[in-house]
Structure formats: C-alpha cells, structure tokens
Design a protein. Structure first.
Length: 123
C-alpha cells in the first residue's frame, strides 16, 4: 500500500482555506444494544445500527480570516487527504471555536464541526 504524507492535506470552510495545520474526522454510526435476558449467559451482545454521524476537528493558526467562522455558522466543509481525495459536506455546522493563546507560541485555534447533511467520502 502506498503511503501518503500529510503535507498534501487541506481544509476549506467559508472563506478560510489557509492557516490550518491538521484535521481529524470521526466518521461512524450510532448503535443500540439489543441484548435481552433470553440471549443467555454465554452469548455476545446483539446490536442494531442507528443514525449516521460524524464530527470533524480542524486546528490551525489564528489569522484575520478566522472572523468568517463563528459558532453556529453553516457552510460547505472540505477535508483533503491528498490531491483528489476529499471528504465534503454541505450545511456543516461549526459547533465550537477554541482559541489557545500562550506567551511562548503563535495563537492557535481548534474548530469542531457537526453534520448538516451526509458526508461524501473519497473513492
């Protein structure tokens, strides 16, 4: 399997496309435990699938373009792994913005995004 370096990664949300240094995606589905008393002492848990869900977290440097992203805003989010390999969703909601200011480093910011619609995955 070919390895991919993170330097080809990118983030786009509203007018902010630069200053990001990393992103992560928790892409999954809710599950419900359906185990009951009749399953017996030596059985494994039973599960059924529920609703699809994802959360994206993006980190970067604070700059003037950050004012375009506010908690509660909604826009298209594009997360790029490498050229041509992207996750995209429209109507993504910015759940939280967490700036971090320290005397010995540049100002950093972390954004958390939650679904507006389903996520398009890279093929």
């Amino acid at each position: 399997m070919a390895k991919v370096h993170g330097k080809g990664g990118a983030v786009s949300y509203k007018s902010k496309t630069t200053g990001f240094t990393s992103w992560s995606l928790d892409d999954g589905i809710d599950t419900e435990d359906t185990t009951d008393f009749a399953d017996g002492a030596n059985s494994i848990h039973g599960f059924t699938t529920g609703l699809y869900n994802y959360t994206a977290t993006c980190e970067g440097m604070w700059d003037a373009a950050n004012v375009a992203i506010v908690a509660g805003s909604s826009a298209t989010l594009t997360l790029t792994i490498a050229s041509g390999k992207t996750y995209t969703a429209t109507g993504v909601i910015c759940k939280s913005i967490k700036p971090k200011v320290a005397a010995d480093s540049s100002v950093r910011v972390t954004y958390e995004f939650i679904p507006g619609v389903a996520l398009t995955r890279p093929s």
